[in-house]
Write a protein that binds this ligand. Structure first.
Ligand code: 5GP
Length: 218
């Protein structure tokens, strides 16, 4: 991961590129997964999760309702030690879920019975996604252990689902496979180059959008 120096090695994205890519994939996500909770991985997943929410409302008692968004904060930490250590990276958890705010199902811990969609902007090495899924599976397991009725426990185990949505999936070897029961949605597959998102632009956003037209596929 890094900023390639050569021009053409970077893909610049405008806000509208991302909005349209999410709008298109939202149809498939609604049909094939029908999420009831978003977990946005910060900071890159925050804006995609908010855009996705616009296109994925649930209908309860005839009324359209927004799907709640919860946030987790994860940072890929690259050790600055010796060469071997630099190759080894790990995910640092800077923020996690507040189960007490996860709604009426609080007595079930907040995750049980939900169709949980984890949202991030890009799947690069996949480390962040693997870490997040493992942690959520652990939280779900702990919450299931607290359910005493075996039938209720089985029902909740069956109903609780995890899936992933990323705006961009870089086509490259990943560090690990995702569990087969975790559905995976990506809006756009990209080559393994640096993706420059509009919300990261700390200079002139109009210039960023102008330079976007130099992308090879434009
Ligand atoms: P992972 O390697 O765990 O899949 O990705 C870790 C994080 O690195 C992503 O959530 C994202 O914040 C950042 N990242 C990886 N590749 C890119 C990229 O091409 N552009 C940007 N802006 N961030 C990236």
């Amino acid at each position: 991961m890094g900023h390639p120096e050569e021009p053409g090695q970077m893909i610049r994205l405008s806000y509208n590129d991302i909005h349209k890519a999410i709008q298109k994939t939202a149809v498939k996500i609604k049909d094939e997964f029908a999420p009831t909770l978003f977990i946005a991985i910060g900071g890159g997943g925050f804006i995609p999760a908010r855009i996705l929410r616009t296109f994925c409302k649930t209908t309860t008692e005839g009324k359209k309702r927004n799907i709640p968004i919860q946030a987790v904060g994860l940072t890929l930490y690259e050790s600055l030690g010796g060469i071997e250590e630099v190759a080894g990276t790990e995910v640092v958890r800077t923020q996690w879920l507040d189960f007490s705010t996860l709604g009426k199902n609080f007595n079930h811990g907040g995750l049980l019975g939900r169709r949980i969609l984890v949202v991030d902007e890009v799947d690069d090495t996949r480390k962040t996604l693997i870490y997040t899924i493992r942690e959520l599976q652990h939280d779900i397991k702990v919450q299931l252990e607290a359910v005493s009725d075996p039938d209720e426990k089985e029902r909740l185990r069956e109903e609780t689902k995890l899936a992933i949505f990323v705006v961009h999936n870089k086509l490259k070897p990943k560090t690990a496979e995702l569990p087969p029961d975790v559905q995976y949605f990506s809006a756009v597959d990209t080559p393994d180059v640096w993706l420059a998102y509009p919300w990261e632009c700390d200079g002139d956003i109009d210039e960023h959008d102008r330079l976007r037209s130099e992308n090879q596929d434009s």
